[in-house]
Design a protein around this ligand. Structure first.
Ligand SMILES: NC(=O)c1ccc[n+]([C@@H]2O[C@H](COP(=O)([O-])OP(=O)(O)OC[C@H]3O[C@@H](n4cnc5c(N)ncnc54)[C@H](OP(=O)(O)O)[C@@H]3O)[C@@H](O)[C@H]2O)c1
Length: 287
């Protein structure tokens, strides 16, 4: 990579940030395209979020990705928030246009594209399930609830009050039936019985606790129930293995990561990046 005085800077802020895959992914796209950008990771502590976002204006940094734990905090420091980011209640991308900062949420696009392209489902099932009620669950529930063909999304969470609050918000925004439920075995048996797509947005199974799974009983998995696990580290989660063992299709979160990154890149640069190159750059980190 040839960083020059003219190179426009892109980056990601988070805490911690040193293990982020985003610099690998975006710099691989920049190299492949031969364009004059570079992408770096900035460690930003929670008490410095405002200064970091204002720094975009001062340093004329073109764009940032925002990761845990700053996706909410940055919202009060930008000038405008896109409709999607407002609906989700989180910003993962900031675009600086001559000092005017817009907050976007590209996780919504990322999960839809991953399910369409990689899972191969273009008409989403009427009845979908989301496991978890954190930030990723809000993006996924909004994405699913915004599809015309989806009639109901059930949100199952360990802390049921969070599922209730998410469901109330998303029901208002999407106009669909969003049903909050507890994450326990009897509920899993009932809810999985009616669904065709489950999206895991809990952090269960994520590195380093890779033996863990949010699935309570593999007997609840039918071969026609699709799993999309948003966890991307490891590439194959314990939950994916459990679904596959029941003959059910299961896909990991890497493609969502790549597509949300690709959408951010396009917002900043107006260029559609090569997603296969971006994906290979992340896979290379696991080699
Ligand atoms: N592929 C992608 O591009 C992408 C994008 C965004 C996020 N993600 C993934 O999504 C996951 C969640 O991220 P997030 O930002 O939504 O995090 P978050 O806001 O902290 O939410 C974490 C969720 O996991 C649940 N959870 C945590 N430990 C649990 C346990 N032991 N048993 C049952 N549930 C548990 C939490 O339940 P409680 O409410 O009960 O605590 C909550 O619903 C992460 O693995 C992240 O890598 C992937």
């Amino acid at each position: 990579m040839n960083i020059k005085a003219s190179s426009q800077v892109l980056g990601v802020i988070g805490d911690p940030i040193a293990h982020s895959f985003s610099p690998d992914m975006h710099n691989a796209a920049i190299d492949a395209l031969g364009v004059d950008f570079c992408y770096v990771a900035f460690h930003v502590s929670p008490d410095r979020v405002g200064e970091a976002v204002n720094g975009l204006r001062g340093l004329e940094i073109l764009g940032l990705n925002v990761t845990i734990p700053h996706k909410l905090a940055v919202m009060e420091h930008v000038d405008r928030i896109s409709e999607e980011a407002l609906a989700v209640g989180a910003v993962n991308t900031i675009h600086n246009e001559d000092g005017n900062l817009t907050g976007h949420n590209t996780d919504v696009y990322g999960v839809v594209k991953a399910i369409e392209r990689v899972v191969g489902v273009t008409t989403f099932p009427e009845n979908c399930v989301v496991l978890g009620a954190g930030g990723a669950a809000r993006a996924v529930t909004y994405a699913l609830g915004s599809r015309d063909e989806v009639k109901q999304v059930t949100v199952m969470n360990r802390t049921v009050e969070r599922a209730e609050s998410l469901a109330a918000d998303m029901e208002k925004i999407t106009g669909k039936r969003i049903v909050p439920e507890a994450l326990d075995a009897p509920t899993e048996a009932r809810v999985f019985g009616d669904a065709r797509l489950v999206v895991n947005t809990t952090s269960v199974g994520m590195h380093p606790k890779t033996d863990a799974s949010p699935l309570l009983d593999p007997a609840h998995v039918r071969p026609d129930l699709i799993l999309y696990d948003t966890v991307f580290n490891p590439l194959e989660t314990q939950m994916m293995r459990e679904f596959k063992a029941q003959g059910a299709p299961a896909f990991g979160g890497l493609d969502m990561l790549v597509f949300q990154g690709a959408r951010s890149f396009e917002i900043w640069t107006g260029i559609e990046p090569p997603t296969d190159v971006m994906k290979q750059a992340v896979v290379g980190r696991f080699a």
